[in-house]
Ligand binder design. Structure first.
Ligand code: SAM
Length: 286
C-alpha cells in the first residue's frame, strides 16, 4: 500500500513524496533512519524525518561536494570525510586515481549498514582499498588525531542531534589544524532560503570566515531539499576556488560527471543578491 512521506520545511510549508514501500526503518542510539522506495525519487534515505539522499538527485550533491575542491587542487592525496554514511562522497573521491587515502568518520554504523544493503548506488565504493571507515564521532576524531589531510569534506546532517557540533567554532578550529598548508575544507552549509536554515547558513559561514583566510559559499540546485536551493562552504588556507581552478588539468583526468563541469565551477560561486547581502560583514557575526 503506498502512502505519502511528509517532510516539514517550515511551520507553513511541507513537502510530500509518494512512497511505494518502506524498505527499512531503524532507530540507532543517535537518530531514526528510514529508507523508502518512491516512484519519483527512487529510494530515499530519511534521517530524523529529513530527506538526506535520494537516488534521483544524489549526483548533484555528490558531484558538487567533491569535484569543486578536487578541480581547485587535483593534486590532493589525503582526504577526510566526516559523516557521509551513504557513501556517495567516497564514491566520487575514489574516481581520482591520484588520491592515496580516504578516511571516512561516520558516527552511526546503522546508516552505513543500511546504505550498503539498500543503497548500492551510493555505497558501492565504501570497500575500496584506499578507504578507511571509522565508526566514531567526527568531532572527537579531529580533536584527537594527528593525521594531516589535504581536503576535509563535512558531509553532515543538519545542525541537530549528532550533527550539531559539526557546525561549531571549536570543530572548525580543529579541522583547520588537521589541514596541510594548502588544505581545503568543504562543508554542507545549509540553505539561504527559509528562515531557520538561513540562520544556520549565516552562522556557519561567519565562523568559517573567522577561521580560514578564504571562505566562500557556492550554490547548487537540489530538488529534494527544502526550497531546492542549497549551499556548500569552501574554506581554504591558500587556494581561491575560482582564480585557482585547474580547468585543463581536471578536464584531462576524463572524469565523466552528470552535474559538475568547469563552467559551472565558476558560475556556482556567483551568488544571488539576497545571499550576498546575508554574507556581508561575515567576520563580525560569529
Ligand atoms: N547529504 C546529506 C544531507 O545533507 O542531508 C548528508 C549525508 S550523510 C547521510 C550525513 C551523515 O552525517 C549521517 O549519516 C550522520 O550519521 C552523520 N553524522 C552526523 N553527526 C555526525 C558526527 N558528529 N560525526 C560523524 N558523522 C556524523
Amino acid at each position: 500500500m503506498s502512502e505519502w512521506f511528509t517532510e516539514k520545511h517550515t511551520d507553513f510549508a511541507k513537502f510530500l513524496i509518494k512512497t511505494k514501500e518502506n524498505v527499512f526503518s531503524g532507530e540507532s542510539e543517535f537518530q531514526k533512519i528510514d529508507i523508502f522506495d518512491t516512484q519519483e525519487f527512487g529510494k530515499i534515505l530519511v534521517i530524523d524525518g529529513f530527506v538526506n539522499v535520494t537516488e534521483k538527485d544524489e549526483f548533484i550533491y555528490h558531484d558538487m561536494i567533491t569535484h569543486v575542491p578536487m578541480a581547485t587542487n587535483p593534486d590532493i592525496k589525503k582526504v577526510l570525510v566526516i559523516g557521509g554514511g551513504d557513501g556517495g562522497t567516497v564514491r566520487e573521491l575514489t574516481r581520482y586515481k591520484e588520491i592515496e587515502k580516504i578516511v571516512m568518520v561516520e558516527i552511526d554504523s546503522m546508516v552505513v549498514e543500511a546504505a550498503k544493503k539498500y543503497l548500492p548506488l551510493t555505497s558501492e565504493k565504501l570497500d575500496d582499498s584506499r578507504v578507511t571507515l571509522l565508526i566514531d564521532d567526527g568531532i572527537k576524531y579531529v580533536k584527537q588525531t594527528d593525521e594531516i589531510f589535504d581536503l576535509i569534506i563535512i558531509d553532515s546532517t543538519d545542525p541537530i542531534g549528532p550533527g550539531e557540533g559539526l557546525f561549531s567554532q571549536d570543530f572548525y578550529n580543529d579541522c583547520y589544524k588537521r589541514l596541510s598548508d594548502d588544505g581545503i575544507m568543504v562543508n554542507q552549509n545549509e540553505s539561504p532560503y527559509y528562515e531557520d536554515t538561513a540562520m544556520e547558513m549565516k552562522r556557519a559561514s561567519a565562523k568559517l570566515a573567522a577561521t580560514f583566510p578564504l571562505m566562500k559559499v557556492y550554490q547548487f540546485h537540489m530538488p529534494s531539499y527544502p526550497s531546492g536551493h542549497w549551499l556548500f562552504g569552501f574554506a581554504s588556507k591558500k587556494y581561491d576556488p575560482v582564480k585557482d581552478l585547474k580547468k585543463e588539468q581536471w578536464e584531462a583526468l576524463g572524469i565523466q560527471t552528470q552535474y559538475y563541469n568547469t563552467d559551472l565551477h565558476v558560475g556556482c560561486f556567483m551568488l544571488p543578491t539576497y545571499v550576498k547581502e546575508m554574507l556581508k560583514g561575515n567576520r563580525e557575526r560569529i
